[in-house]
Design a protein around this ligand. Structure first.
Ligand SMILES: [Zn+2]
Length: 446
């Protein structure tokens, strides 16, 4: 007779415990709570719960300390009150005291009244649309994906709000929040795969337009300085001999000398990135001595000194620059930019109006002032994407900041003299297959 052995039932592993129900706040308002007002797209504040697994560096630390160090959006007093009022939970139970510690596997929930920063009310432009794909013209200042303080104020959510709750846009190229221009949005997975594959290939030509300080030299200017990320935390990149290979071809489209309503003199420059390093165009323009006029990092004298990092590639001053940049709050950086930006007057006037010191009725948080024009974007626009074999080409018109100022003559359309670059690339042996790696793809060259 066979003997049946019965094994002791194994204990269910702890990680499969369902998350406690108290940590979720239903949050899916439809229609989305947008308010279009004074040229801005605002989001009415709403309650929201952030759930985060305990990170390794948080283990054994006091809860208030963690919030103070890791979530700098709000002051430490706010978090102290939030803990005392039961707005912060661990594993579904209110935290007992500000000195409670967390351990591996804990889920920390923070329910708050979420205030999103406003973005421009300018609509997302449609350049082309077919069954699988939408080519959009992304307005400057709007992030593509929900991230940080931005949620409904993102390309994904704005498009969803326009097309339906179940609609799921799939972005296929990258574009920094501050940058405007051409983006590929797939309507379904199959289209996304096809587009991504194409964008990864080197048969794509990209063209950006930038507005830069001073008189950019005439003719084609090629910058082949390698770029190194010197502070990932601050997103700071610089020209360094030991950096990654990077190449851009620049051409001046117009120069507007100092004069009435244009105190500093600036140039409109076409940029063709042949590689796709992070901040490639911003860093190369800075190196050439013509940073993007309103670039909060690379055009900041308080960070880079008076010459703004022109021709600098030695790294002698990296430590200083990193420490100056990290000491500056977001507002300070913005202010420093405004200092030598022709928008300084308007910005200060607006700021004086908006800094009211009001508190939110619901959560008592100081209300953010509206963003100044420079926080809504920089003068860098992805104007055109083109298949080198001529199968397709998508382009936008020139952004307003690239048009000739009042009293000046200049190009209003981008030159259709779509450059002899294809030839030049061969001639200059820039068309190097080794640059066809993962990092040289998509529109990350901003
Ligand atoms: Zn509030």
């Amino acid at each position: 007779m066979a003997v049946t052995t019965v094994e002791e039932p194994k204990e269910a592993p702890e990680v499969f415990e369902p998350p406690p129900k108290v940590v979720t706040t239903p949050c899916d308002p439809w229609p989305r709570p947008y308010i279009l007002d004074e040229g801005l797209r605002r989001v009415a504040p709403y309650h929201f719960t952030y759930n985060t697994y305990c990170k390794q560096r948080w283990r054994g630390r006091e809860i208030l300390e963690i919030f103070k160090d890791e979530f700098r959006d709000r002051p430490v007093e706010y978090y102290k009150d939030a803990i005392e009022n039961g707005a912060i939970h661990v594993n579904g139970k209110p935290v007992e005291s500000t000195a409670s510690t967390v351990k591996n596997g804990d889920v920390i929930s923070h329910t708050l009244h979420r205030h999103e920063p406003p973005v421009t009310a300018q609509p997302i432009g449609i350049v082309h649309e077919d069954d699988g794909l939408i080519i959009i013209n992304k307005p400057a200042g709007v992030p593509v994906h929900p991230a940080g303080r931005y949620n409904y104020n993102s390309v994904i959510e704005i498009m969803r709000a326009e097309r339906g709750h179940q609609w799921n846009p799939l972005p296929c190229n990258r574009l920094d929040r501050l940058t405007s221009g051409v983006m590929f949005i797939a309507k379904h997975k199959k289209a996304a795969e096809a587009v991504t594959e194409q964008l990864m290939g080197r048969t794509i030509r990209k063209e950006y337009v930038a507005r830069v300080k001073g008189e950019f030299p005439e003719g084609e200017v090629i910058c082949e300085q390698p770029i190194l990320q010197i502070s990932p935390k601050l997103g700071l990149n610089r020209v360094r001999a030991n950096g990654k290979e990077a190449r851009t071809v620049f051409k001046r489209l117009a120069y507007y000398p100092p004069g009435k309503g244009n105190n500093l003199g600036y140039s409109i420059v076409r940029c063709r990135p042949l590689t796709g390093r992070t901040h490639q165009l911003r860093v190369h323009l800075q190196y050439l001595g013509h940073p993007i006029s309103n670039d909060p990092i690379y055009s900041n004298q308080r960070v880079f000194g008076q010459d703004l990092g022109k021709d600098s590639s030695t790294g002698d001053d990296d430590e200083d620059i990193i420490s100056r940049l990290s000491r500056m709050g977001k507002d300070e950086v913005a202010e420093a930019v405004a200092y030598h930006d022709e928008m300084v007057d308007e910005y200060n006037r607006k700021k004086a109006e908006k800094m009211t010191g009001e508190l939110c009725d619901v959560c008592q948080t100081p209300l953010y002032s509206d963003p100044g024009p420079h926080e809504l974007g920089i003068y860098l626009h992805a104007r055109k994407y083109e298949c080198a074999e001529g199968k397709w080409s998508y382009e936008t018109s020139l952004p307003e900041w690239a048009l000739p100022p009042t009293g000046y003559e200049g190009p209003k359309e981008a030159t259709s003299e779509t450059d002899p670059l294809a030839v030049d690339v061969e001639k200059l042996t820039l068309n190097d297959p080794t640059t066809n790696g993962e990092e040289t793809t998509a529109a990350s060259a901003t």
